[in-house]
Unconditional design. Structure first.
Length: 567
């Protein structure tokens, strides 16, 4: 193929009537001041989208525009171009056709890049236009560290050999960047953040160690290696998190901080002795990706409006419930971030502190030194707070202190492990809290779950199985509504799972006068009837069914949710 011609992007976009002359003039002035590329300035100012620019270039140069969101990349071809060159020239090898390699480039007018790519690949190339955002995502997926991790694990295994090693001696090499164990851990963190994993599991088995990632709530095997590398990995992780390296018989908890691709990641680590050695689980909390605005959580507009009004009240308790890993902490912190103003004193009591928010006083519970939830909470009340967040209502004492604080002019946020919103108040009563205190203090209860979202790149129509069809009809979904059902067949974008990302589904029980009166009576059945009447059509299950009908999630996911919220 002939080299692409050099075009002036600004003139091209004006010529195709995508931007005005004034917008171009403004962008060129900004470009001169900032030194950024013109295309990036135009996109950041929302004058055009990346897709607009790519399509305009494709039209002008008479070359194809490829939407990588729906393109299944071939890893063997992608890796023909070294990763650093792919990132430098914003290019990715897509396919082989007619003896040529098709290369996607964000800027096909980069003539130097075109020549260099051809020289590195030692092949004639064809060029297609791709958007920069999608290209960088594809590069992250295409150059995953799987082979590198397996290779490093093998190298570490050979390094250790078959003899027993005093791993305590390795403490002297903490700063040695070239040590295989350090390289292996760095690659693990790199790969995990690349594919949005929330946890890394290192699990010693008979004769091997298994490394798994949790992605969108489900575990996936990353690699398996010789079991003799496990003690070296555990030792290094213990050193990084300040744990006792000589104690291998008892569980330990700690945390440390790493930088991965210029992003700060807080890592919470828990070790546990098993039959085959110490197992390690690490929870990854990206400091720049953890906080989500309330309007980004996925609450329905009517519920979001009411919730925003409730969190601005001066007193009362707001509870968020759901199983572990259902996003309760994210919801609470989104609410705190919204009301975190200079005139509010906010104190949090947590175990552990998951997100760090400036302007908020955060206290970490430490049971070892008797710094318990109830003790910290009593102390916090003497600090003149307006808002208190209690990480979890674990016992009757903590619940009673929290509810008293809510009655005496404080706004209290907390979480509880209950199945749904309606059953939450009776869970507090079961914990030994007086009924009148619960009825008069609780303002609202939110119950939530996370649903996996169908991958947009491989989504296709789904015909329900006989079991699914029967369940759907019991839930009031008629066969004529089956047409909108979707599932993902699995592709390179979703690591073959058919899902990419998760969305929240919520229900909210607001304690109005009728609800308070019902809660004050001993008759639990009457309260539940009143509660379900208030939430009719707005329960977790009904919201999940809505998302399924819209094709955002699968029947299997909604059935999983229904098993959690129903007896």
């Amino acid at each position: 193929m002939a080299r692409p011609e050099k075009v002036r992007l600004g003139d091209l976009l004006v010529q195709q009537k995508l931007i005005s002359q004034d917008q171009l003039k403004f962008a060129l002035e900004q470009q001169k001041r900032s030194g950024r590329k013109l295309g990036r300035v135009l996109v950041d100012n929302a004058f055009v989208t990346e897709e607009n620019i790519s399509e305009a270039l494709a039209k002008q140069l008479n070359i194809p525009y490829i939407n990588l969101k729906y393109y299944h990349i071939n890893l063997e071809l992608v890796r023909m171009l070294p990763e650093n060159q792919a990132r430098r020239f914003r290019a990715i090898v897509l396919e082989e056709r007619n003896g040529l390699l098709l290369v996607g480039m964000a800027d096909p007018t980069d003539l130097f890049g075109f020549d260099e790519i051809g020289r590195i690949l030692k092949r004639d190339i064809d060029v297609a236009v791709v958007t920069e955002g999608q290209l960088l995502e594809s590069i992250d997926r295409g150059y995953r560290r799987t082979e590198e991790i397996t290779g490093l694990a093998r190298e570490l295994s050979e390094d250790i050999g078959d003899t027993y090693v005093d791993f305590g001696a390795l403490t002297d090499t903490v700063g040695t960047e070239e040590a295989p164990v350090v390289k292996l851990l760095q690659s693990l963190f790199d790969d995990a953040t690349n594919i949005r994993a929330s946890d890394i599991h290192i699990e010693p088995q008979e004769g091997r160690v298994m490394i798994r990632f949790r992605i969108d709530g489900a575990l996936h095997l990353q690699t398996e290696a010789d079991s003799k590398i496990a003690p070296a990995l555990v030792l290094r992780l213990k050193l990084m998190s300040g744990l006792d390296i000589s104690e291998k018989r008892l569980p330990q908890d700690g945390r440390f901080h790493v930088r991965v691709r210029d992003h700060g990641v807080d890592v919470r680590i828990a070790t546990c002795p098993t039959q085959n050695g110490e197992s390690v689980v690490m929870r990854l909390l990206r400091q720049d990706g953890g906080m989500v605005g309330l309007d980004k959580l996925g609450m329905p507009p009517d519920m979001l409006k009411r919730f925003r009004e409730i969190i601005r009240r001066s007193n009362g308790m707001i509870l968020v419930t759901g199983p572990t890993g259902s996003g309760k902490t994210t919801t609470l912190y989104s609410a705190l971030a919204e009301i975190n103003t200079i005139d509010q004193k906010i104190i949090t009591v947590e175990d552990p502190v998951e997100y760090r928010l400036s302007g908020i006083n955060q206290v970490q519970v430490n049971e070892k030194i008797d710094l318990t939830f109830s003790r910290v909470l009593r102390s916090a009340l003497r600090q003149d707070p307006d808002v208190i967040l209690v990480g979890e209502m674990r016992d009757a004492e903590t619940a009673q202190i929290g509810l008293r604080a809510a009655m005496t002019g404080h706004l209290v946020f907390s979480t509880l492990h209950t199945r749904d919103a309606a059953g939450t108040l009776f869970r507090l009563v079961d914990m030994g809290t007086p009924r009148y205190m619960v009825a008069s203090s609780v303002q609202a209860v939110i119950a939530q779950r996370l649903l996996r979202v169908v991958c947009g790149s491989c989504s296709e129509a789904h015909i329900p199985t006989a079991q699914e069809a029967e369940w759907l009809q019991v839930e009031g979904v008629t066969p004529d509504q089956f047409g909108g059902l979707q599932h993902g067949r699995g592709c390179s974008h979703c690591n073959g799972t058919g899902y990419r990302g998760r969305m929240g589904v919520y229900e909210m029980l607001e304690m109005n006068r009728e609800m308070v009166e019902a809660a004050a009576h001993d008759n639990a059945t009457h309260f539940m009837q009143v509660a379900y009447k208030h939430m009719q059509g707005k329960t977790i299950l009904s919201r999940a069914l809505e998302q399924m009908k819209l094709g955002h999630t699968t029947v299997a996911e909604v059935m999983r949710i229904s098993n959690q919220v129903e007896d």
